[in-house]
Design a protein around this ligand. Structure first.
Ligand SMILES: [Zn+2]
Length: 418
């Protein structure tokens, strides 16, 4: 059986471990997290790795290098899911790495550097409302105040860690900040249609997009839909609609540099068919691979929205909710991954990642690289229709094996230290 076919079987087995029998939902520190961790740990052992489930429920597999002093490569992804998830998001990067390590072991290949495969217990953040618990901790950036956050049932993260058999006091010790990590490399399903549209199985990620999230409120004046003349209205919804269309046209004109979304647009009280909307709340999400371009876009969007508000005689409140810097992928890792993609007979195409990933956090302790694998079905993800072919899964595994075998971790660490 090919690596790809085997990995897809493993994805099916993991997809069956769900909190809800009819859909795939696997949140952090649940009984399903435990069952999935046990399964992954077993596969890691089969691949010859030394395995540990750490204090936060991450599953960590290690393969020693020939030189104990050599810096290590860390790879992996997450095995929690969104509600009603697809079966390859996150999981694939873990299983691909395990297959690659198993192949090196089966062929008796001894590399100078150690390989550490991390299956992160939380990336999506569904249960406690903030994401990347595992990679935050490994990056040495876990804020202890987050331990008091509660899930929908009122359980704190601290209590959930204890119930799982973990140890919140051990979180600082999980940091890889002083562990001499040469690189963090994550393989992930693309979650979009770019590779599919270009007929490419694999792609090299240039940068993980940063994002700005804005909450805006437009306040006009509610009025009778029959009696207020069109020229005298202060309609909050038409103003918000004009702002929404501006977000779309401005980001679309950037030709791939920016993406912008108005994801929520709500008339206060739900609105009524015979009332001019007096108040509308909307959210704006802007992302880009480079921070300067994103910040310039956010400023331009705010300027135009204020001009729209002025012209339409409505008030505009504007609040920046959230700001996340982009995480550029290391040029040397991009080149190395491109060579590994080319070695599979695939044109090494480069693309940004619009979605966030564990690599964003790991970028704080090591240079990062990401390999994307084609997503079928039009690129749909975070959805049960998410697909990947066994052939693509196989190519990704061969590319990762090539990368791990050819990468010069010592040279990478030496230049990083300069
Ligand atoms: Zn993911």
């Amino acid at each position: 059986m090919s690596f790809g076919a085997r990995i897809l079987e493993q994805c099916d087995a993991l997809a069956a471990i769900s909190e809800d029998a009819s859909i795939l939902t696997r949140r952090y520190l649940t009984a399903e997290h435990r069952r999935a961790a046990t399964l992954i740990a077993g596969w890691m052992r089969d691949a010859g790795l030394a395995v540990e489930i750490d204090a936060l429920g991450n599953v960590v597999g290690r393969r020693a290098g020939a030189r104990p002093d050599a810096p290590r490569i860390v790879t992996g992804s997450h095995f929690d899911s969104v509600v009603n998830a697809g079966r390859y998001d996150g999981i694939f990067g873990i299983l691909c790495a395990i297959a690659a390590a198993g192949d090196l072991a089966a062929r008796g290949v001894k590399l100078p550097h150690a390989i550490e495969i991390v299956a992160f217990g939380d990336e999506e953040g569904v249960r406690f409302g903030f994401s990347m618990v595992g990679s935050r901790a490994l990056a040495g950036r876990f804020d202890p105040a987050l331990l008091d956050r509660r899930d929908a049932e009122g359980t704190t993260l601290r209590d959930a860690i204890v119930a799982f058999g973990g140890d919140a006091h051990a979180i600082p010790a999980l940091s890889r900040a002083h562990h001499h990590v040469a690189a963090f490399v994550e393989v992930h399903i693309e979650q979009g249609p770019v590779l599919l549209d270009r007929n490419l199985a694999l792609g090299v990620v240039t940068s993980i997009a940063g994002s700005t999230r804005i909450a805006a409120r437009v306040t006009g004046l509610a009025g009778h839909a029959g009696t207020v003349p069109m020229g005298a209205r202060r309609d909050a919804l038409t103003a918000a609609a004009e702002m929404t269309l501006f977000v779309e046209s401005y980001t679309a004109a950037s030709r791939g540099v920016l993406v912008g979304t108005v994801g929520k647009l709500a008339v206060a009280g739900g609105g009524a068919i015979n009332v001019i909307p007096g108040e509308v709340a909307l959210t704006i999400d802007v992302r880009a691979g480079r921070d300067a371009e994103r910040l310039a876009a956010v400023a331009a969007i705010e300027r135009e929205c204020r001009a729209i508000a002025l012209r339409r005689n409505v008030a505009l409140e504007w609040a920046n909710l959230f700001e996340l810097a982009a995480a550029p992928c290391d040029e040397r890792l991009q080149a190395a991954l491109a060579a590994s993609v080319a070695a599979q007979g695939i044109e090494p195409f480069r693309l940004p990642s619009g979605a966030g990933h564990d690599a964003m956090e790991m970028a704080h302790v090591a240079p990062i690289g990401m390999l994307f694998v084609r997503c079928g079905n039009g690129g749909i993800s975070h959805h049960p229709d998410e697909t990947m072919t066994a052939a693509d899964a196989n190519l990704a595994t061969h590319a990762l094996v090539h990368f791990l075998a050819h990468f010069d971790a010592a040279a990478m660490a030496a230049t990083a230290a300069q």
